[in-house]
Design a protein around this ligand. Structure first.
Ligand SMILES: [Zn+2]
Length: 356
């Protein structure tokens, strides 16, 4: 893997991750871009003890541009995009419409006063998986997935320990069904300035379990799924993919490495290699379910800084499609009360994914 770091016209960072044999990446961003400014702020909800980011500038972001004006395609004579080069393998750059930015400021702490707001520090990056506008993650080669994994590892290492960043989330949304505003195959990397609500709840459970039993809850969940087997979708030497016992989404798969590690930077080379083919296998199964590309959200859950001994790296992938013509919408119970009701039995979801 060859890494080339450069700067866009408005000062944002852009990094190419290429196969070694590619030509050097030397093109400059010749656009006349205004500098990025945003008015994001963090507000703390005392009742649910969660941070909410108010990012009103994101209302102005580009919405479903035409293919000719794609900001994630390589630059051409007719389209000066976010990527100055005429080609690339994988590229990462700071989002022009970030939810948070400006890592380096002091991270806000939970428990501040009622009406206090703070600038939303943190970092939002975009990762383009391929220069091919019409491709998709599931159609990539194992070698390309490895390059993407190496880029995720690089970004996790680079953002870990940044002042102002508490947790790093590499994720992808696919499909207009779930509000994706860009068709070009891409994902995002968030450096949150706080520990997310979901991870906060999971960490509390892991700590209670460790106090009560002396054991790690992630280890126990994985061992239970492996012993039971009814919800396992695929198992390799280094990874196990299973539908969780209490899956919230119609089709939901969690992928755990056999050996617990806190984050992507700690994966062994053998685990990385097996991940590439196994993850692509999961994509094929998702898309085979209904014979149409499934909308999905897939993301890496990694240990927030300081929880490396407790938190286990794993990937969670799920789709909101429950039948060929029906989507799962977050309605009153889910949106209003965070109380999920699923129409699909996890064991039968696992069976369908196994035989897909
Ligand atoms: Zn494109």
């Amino acid at each position: 893997m060859r890494k080339t770091t450069t700067t866009l016209a408005d000062g944002r960072d852009l990094i190419y991750f290429d196969e070694d044999a590619r030509p050097p990446r030397t093109a400059h961003d010749t656009r006349d871009l205004p500098s990025v400014h945003h008015q994001s702020e963090l507000r703390y909800d005392l009742l649910t003890e969660t941070w909410v980011t108010i990012a009103s500038h994101r209302q102005d972001r580009i919405y479903l541009p035409t293919d000719e004006a794609c900001p994630f395609c390589p630059s051409s004579e007719h389209n000066l995009s976010e990527i100055p080069e005429a080609d690339y393998d994988v590229v990462v750059f700071e989002n022009r419409f970030p939810s948070f930015s400006g890592a380096g400021a002091t991270a806000p702490r939970a428990g501040i006063g009622n009406d206090e707001t703070l600038p939303a520090v943190g970092r939002c990056e975009v990762i383009c998986f391929t220069s091919d506008h019409n491709s998709s993650f599931g159609a990539l080669s194992p070698d390309r997935v490895r390059l993407i994994l190496d880029a995720w590892v690089d970004r996790t290492a680079a953002l870990t320990g940044h002042e102002g960043i508490a947790q790093i989330y590499c994720f992808e949304n696919r499909g207009p069904e779930i509000g994706v505003t860009e068709q070009h195959p891409h994902g995002q990397i968030y450096g949150y300035p706080y520990i997310t609500p979901r991870t906060t709840r999971v960490l509390a459970a892991v700590r209670r379990h460790a106090l009560a039993t002396g054991k790690n809850l992630f280890d126990e969940v994985l061992a239970n799924e492996q012993d039971d087997g009814t919800r396992v979708v695929i198992a390799g030497e280094h990874w196990t993919a299973f539908v969780p016992h209490a899956a919230k989404w119609p089709f939901e798969v969690h992928l755990y490495p056999t050996i617990r590690v806190p984050n992507l930077t700690a994966l062994s080379d053998a685990a990385k290699t097996e991940f590439c083919s196994l993850y692509l296998d999961l994509f094929r199964r998702f898309d085979a379910l209904f014979g149409i590309p499934l909308p999905y959200i897939s993301g890496w859950h990694q240990a927030p800084s300081g929880t490396e001994e407790e938190f286990a790296l794993h990937l969670e992938m799920f789709s909101i499609r429950r039948t060929a013509d029906k989507l799962k919408f977050l309605a009153g119970s889910e949106s209003g009360m965070d109380a999920f009701i699923s129409d699909v039995v996890p064991e039968s979801a696992a069976e369908r994914l196994r035989s897909a």
